[in-house]
Design a protein around this ligand. Structure first.
Ligand SMILES: CC(C)(COP(=O)(O)OP(=O)(O)OC[C@H]1O[C@@H](n2cnc3c(N)ncnc32)[C@H](O)[C@@H]1OP(=O)(O)O)[C@@H](O)C(=O)NCCC(=O)NCCS
Length: 155
């Protein structure tokens, strides 16, 4: 499917921050352990050109954050506004980020999906991704204030 011509994919600009965070909230991508503002600021310091947004006129409708550490490419924060889903925007964002990652020499993309997120699994399968037989491990090196604040509130 080709996306409507009014939809443009471009690099993130600093004044997109508010709209992007709102979109991530609508898409269920903001979790207590991740401070979206800090995530954006960190990304702007490392391969900022691999942080893409999709806009429909002035409306923020999609995002994808890519990165390459010299061995694997990574994808995070893929999101399409619920009002614009199933129109090929997600597929176009992935196509664009894959092109950019390939351009910097990346041979393979990895990504993590919450096991409960069956929709996105279908999406990635349709986009040519296969589930690797690996367990995903993580270790937090910096605890964001955001999560501390939220944990305190929950206590
Ligand atoms: C995953 C997501 C980005 C897909 O964006 P999208 O613009 O709707 O996807 P596309 O229209 O490009 O879909 C491409 C194909 O993926 C599959 N697909 C997409 N959404 C699907 C759904 N809800 N159920 C089943 N298949 C789906 C379809 O095969 C679709 O092609 P088709 O519409 O021609 O059948 C969007 O659903 C989303 O933002 N979800 C919430 C945020 C999220 O979970 N992000 C991932 C974090 S890891």
């Amino acid at each position: 499917m080709t996306i409507p011509v009014k939809i443009k994919i471009r690099a993130f600009r600093p004044n997109d921050e508010k709209d992007v965070i709102q979109l991530w909230k609508e898409c269920g991508l903001v979790f207590p352990q991740n401070d979206p503002r800090k995530d954006i600021r960190r990304k702007l310091k490392v391969q900022a050109d691999l942080f893409l947004v999709a806009v429909y006129g002035k409306i923020m409708i999609g995002t994808v954050m890519g990165g390459y550490e010299g061995h694997r490419g990574w994808i995070n924060y893929l999101a399409v506004s619920p009002n614009f889903q199933r129109k090929g925007v997600g597929r176009s964002l992935m196509g664009e980020i894959e092109k950019l990652l390939k351009k910097v020499g990346c041979p393979k993309i990895n990504l993590q999906v919450r096991e409960s997120n069956k929709t996105v699994m279908r999406f990635y399968e349709k986009s040519g991704y296969v589930q690797d037989k690996v367990a995903s491990f993580g270790k937090r090196l910096v605890v964001d204030d955001h999560s501390v604040k939220n944990r305190k509130k929950a206590q």
